[in-house]
Design a protein around this ligand. Structure first.
Ligand SMILES: [Zn+2]
Length: 324
């Protein structure tokens, strides 16, 4: 048995390892950094879109061995097959269903509701469900996604007429939604380079983001600026205020409830919220739910109270899934 630090393993395939893998075959559910660890000794499998994003974000060597698997097609490994399904989280992200002596579904980070670029997903039937529980606490029930988008469009339309609107969200996933929302509000945004690179990949994969420009220190032609959160701090805001004759108004798009130095926080999330997590389990009714990430212990206790057998993946150090 391999320990937790190696991620979820089922015999010869490791899913989303949390440290540099030694396994021969590794599958990445999507291209966020907490799910991607590369080495030159493994073979990596993912959707073509995920591979494209990973190569642009993390790969500095040419000899990484990538192999693409398309959505809805099956890939055979030793004594099991896997099949990938969209999970509504970001471009290329997948839930993976494993067909062996048991049927197992790993949701990874997922979103149940329709969003700007992705249809809401259908829960997949399985005996064992490995459920991503980032927001598995009742404090994290979000308004309907479309309502949050409408509120943001209305706020940007109003504020950007006379102010410089600063929007902040993760470079991959959230920032593309902010780009689209800015366009829906009638303003072409200028975006940080890390966002521009990801936007280009979304656009080339037929996602309609609207117009956007690369930030080159000239803000005067724009009313909306989009930056990743790690660049936004008091120093940057005071520098912008000195540079600009306009007032700066700022908003962070996040499912988390912190505000920091922003004027507003919009609960625009690309994860399932608490009620959606329960809804997923109810629709699937699996024999066992293994919760992973976030509020995994609290949510497993809740599921047990609701009559679903559940335990956190980490608590049981149970990563070799076919040993169940
Ligand atoms: Zn993610």
């Amino acid at each position: 048995m391999l320990n937790k630090k190696n991620g979820v393993n089922f015999k010869s395939l490791c899913v989303d390892p949390t440290k540099v893998p030694k396994e021969k075959n590794v599958f990445f559910t999507h291209a966020h950094s907490d799910h991607v660890k590369l080495s030159d000794k493994s073979r990596f499998f993912a959707t073509p879109q995920t591979i494209e994003l990973i190569k642009k974000r993390y790969v500095r060597k040419n000899f990484i061995n990538f192999n693409s698997i398309n959505f809805f097609s099956k890939k055979k490994f030793d004594d099991f097959e896997i099949k990938l399904f969209p999970n509504g989280h970001i471009l290329g992200s997948s839930q993976v269903k494993i067909f062996g002596n048991k049927e197992i579904n790993i949701t990874s980070d997922f979103r149940l509701q329709d969003s700007l670029f992705f249809d809401g997903i259908k829960p997949l039937a399985s005996e064992i469900l490995v459920l991503e529980t980032t927001f598995g606490s009742p404090a994290y029930n979000f308004p309907k996604y479309s309502v949050v988008v409408d509120e943001m469009v209305e706020w940007i339309s109003r504020e950007a007429k006379s102010n410089l609107v600063l929007l902040s969200g993760y470079s991959l996933g959230k920032a593309q939604e902010l780009t689209k929302i800015s366009n829906l509000a009638g303003f072409e945004p200028v975006v940080h380079e890390s966002i521009f690179e990801m936007n280009k990949i979304y656009s080339s994969n037929n996602m309609d983001l609207g117009k956007y420009s690369l930030l080159d220190h000239n803000l005067k032609d724009f009313s909306v600026l989009i930056l990743p959160p790690q660049l936004v701090n008091k120093f940057l805001l005071s520098t912008l205020k000195e540079m600009e004759s306009r007032q700066i108004v700022s908003a962070l798009a996040t499912g988390w409830t912190f505000v920091r130095e922003y004027d507003k926080t919009f609960p625009l999330s690309n994860h399932a919220d608490y009620n959606d997590l329960i809804e997923y389990v109810k629709q699937v009714n699996p024999k066992l739910v293994l919760t992973d990430h976030g509020f995994c212990e609290e949510f497993a206790r809740k599921l047990n109270r609701l009559g679903f057998k559940s335990k956190p993946l980490k608590q049981n150090k149970q990563q070799v899934l076919f040993d169940f």
